[in-house]
Design a protein around this ligand. Structure first.
Ligand SMILES: NC(=O)c1ccc[n+]([C@@H]2O[C@H](COP(=O)([O-])OP(=O)(O)OC[C@H]3O[C@@H](n4cnc5c(N)ncnc54)[C@H](OP(=O)(O)O)[C@@H]3O)[C@@H](O)[C@H]2O)c1
Length: 248
């Protein structure tokens, strides 16, 4: 897949919501989707960083994006319905979602992880991707070819010490992908997959592996062939899959 060469108009005319669009993989994917013709709805908390991505897309000649400053940790059903309504009002359609936002604190043994920490880990990393997708389902179902990508994590797939509630939430996304895909049955215009990036040089990796030199890791841009492939029509038959970008 790393050799995938998408057409320049792969996502022309599509509207794609990206959470975690202000940084790392979400930012790189927002720029890549816009470069391939999509109107991107950028979601994260920090408005200034969202504006910087907005400006980059416009400066590169991409379709004008939309910005949604939003805190997934504080979200409830009503605010997600409002967000979906605003998307419909301003952008008229929704053809894809990339869930890239995440909450991470530190690598810690389970006996030191608190209920409060777990609640935020579950809210941002598992409950919000579910609830936001559910709120947007009516819009996604109207699209001719809609793709929802959850972002997994290697340690959600291969659990290991100290990854605690973060890994548990990420493994839940894989189960969510499979259940939703099973329930979709014959709905061929909508698909769900989980993408596991592997180690990438972003702020997350600097927290989990501070000793690793960023230049020794792939950059977020190196992974964009996978992000583009799974979002565009070339992967129409790929559904309910857990896709690992880099195998260990
Ligand atoms: N980097 C890696 O090596 C790696 C490996 C495996 C999996 N992943 C996965 O890839 C995804 C992206 O990781 P990354 O390294 O690119 O992360 P990152 O650079 O730390 O970016 C995280 C994004 O999430 C947003 N965010 C955090 N809390 C939020 C909240 N409560 N509400 C809304 N947005 C929130 C942040 O924006 P604001 O601060 O503006 O809200 C930021 O845009 C994650 O799901 C991660 O699990 C990464």
């Amino acid at each position: 897949m790393k050799d995938y060469l998408p057409r320049s108009d792969l996502l022309a005319g599509r509207v794609i919501l990206v959470t975690g669009a202000s940084s790392g993989l979400g930012r790189a994917a927002s720029l890549a989707y816009a470069r391939h013709g999509a109107t991107v709805a950028l979601l994260a908390r920090n408005e200034a960083r969202l504006e910087a991505v907005y400006d980059e897309i416009v400066a590169a000649g991409g379709p004008e994006p939309a910005m949604f400053p939003y805190d997934l940790a504080a979200a409830d059903d009503r605010s997600m319905e409002t967000l979906a309504g605003t998307l419909l009002h301003h952008l008229k359609r929704l053809d894809g979602m990339l869930h890239s936002a995440h909450h991470f604190t530190s690598l810690t043994p389970l006996d030191l992880q608190t209920l409060e920490q777990w609640q935020t880990l579950m809210r941002v990393n598992l409950i919000a991707p579910f609830a936001l997708t559910r709120a947007c389902l009516p819009l996604l179902r109207q699209a001719p070819d809609a793709s929802v990508i959850f972002t997994g994590e290697t340690h959600g797939h291969h659990p290991a010490a100290y990854w605690g509630g973060y890994a548990v939430a990420k493994s839940g996304l894989e189960t969510l992908t499979r259940i939703w895909s099973d329930e979709l049955g014959a709905e061929e215009n909508l698909r769900f997959n989980t993408l596991i990036p592997g180690q990438v040089a972003t702020t997350l990796r600097a927290k989990t592996h501070p000793g690793l030199a960023p230049e020794s890791l792939p950059s977020a841009d190196d992974l964009m062939p996978w992000y583009l492939y799974l979002m565009g029509a070339d992967s129409r038959s790929v559904r309910g899959q857990i896709v690992e970008c880099q195998t260990r």
